[in-house]
Design a protein. Structure first.
Length: 122
């Protein structure tokens, strides 16, 4: 028998997403900083911020570039609130609270719209 999803459960899910996102982000940035220090800071700072595609490509190529690790930490920190909204929507849907699920959906669409606008308009 499944336990029912309550407001406390949704709050716990949301707090875990935020906590793990911040801790993961901080860990990536600290590891990148330590690797840069061990490498005597020989990696030059890039002229421009890497695109998300370049960032993913560099991560999948398994290069331990400290600058890329720090950027990855920043990207994780930026996406943490979006993941939190998705978690809240899933929790409200499981709770069968349609009103808050719809509100969460509108907030998610607004966040996605802001990202698309910032990428397209720059």
């Amino acid at each position: 028998m499944q336990t029912p999803v309550t407001d406390a459960t949704v709050e716990r899910w949301s707090s875990r997403v935020l906590r793990y996102g911040v801790w993961g982000s901080a860990s990536l940035m600290i590891i990148g900083l330590i690797l840069a220090a061990l490498d005597s800071f020989t990696h030059p700072a890039p002229e421009q911020n890497p695109s998300l595609g370049e960032l993913v490509h560099r991560v999948w190529s398994l290069t331990a570039d400290p600058i890329i690790l720090m950027y990855l930490g920043l990207v994780l920190l930026m996406f943490t609130p979006i993941i939190r909204v998705i978690t809240a929507i899933a929790g409200f849907a499981a709770e069968r609270d349609r009103r808050f699920a719809w509100v969460g959906g509108v907030v998610l669409l607004m966040l996605i719209g802001e990202i698309v606008y910032s990428v397209v308009v720059k």
